[in-house]
Design a protein around this ligand. Sequence first.
Ligand SMILES: [Zn+2]
Length: 141
Amino acid sequence: MKLTIELVPQTSWYSNVRSNVTQKEWDVLRRDSYKKAGHKCEICSGVGPKHPVECHEIWEYDDEALTQTLTGLISLCPNCHQVKHIGLARIKGNYPKALKHLAEVNGITEEEAEKYVEECFEIWQERSEKKYTIDITILDK
Ligand SMILES: [Zn+2]
């Protein structure tokens, strides 16, 4: 699938990159990411109406070792970014729009997209019962 959902476990919600670097460092990181992406979404090539792209943190989970490792930053249009955090879209009332975008970008039906969403929430629920150690050493490079 081109556009995937990446739900951050509830236990890690407040330990993201932004909470581990200064505002200035974060600005450098995200602007660098936007520039590399040519200010276009790296998944669907789209741009947002207010601002073209947003910076998304890509995490890899080791469910045995309980580590959550940052593997990179990616520039996404607001629509794709909303799909990545579809739980938040649900809370904000943007779920139908996010689901539609998820289906469109991946060339699947909304029913198939919904099934995929449910699978992601099951994994999220399991991960949210554990506490992961955050690893952002990639940013030292
Ligand atoms: Zn996009």
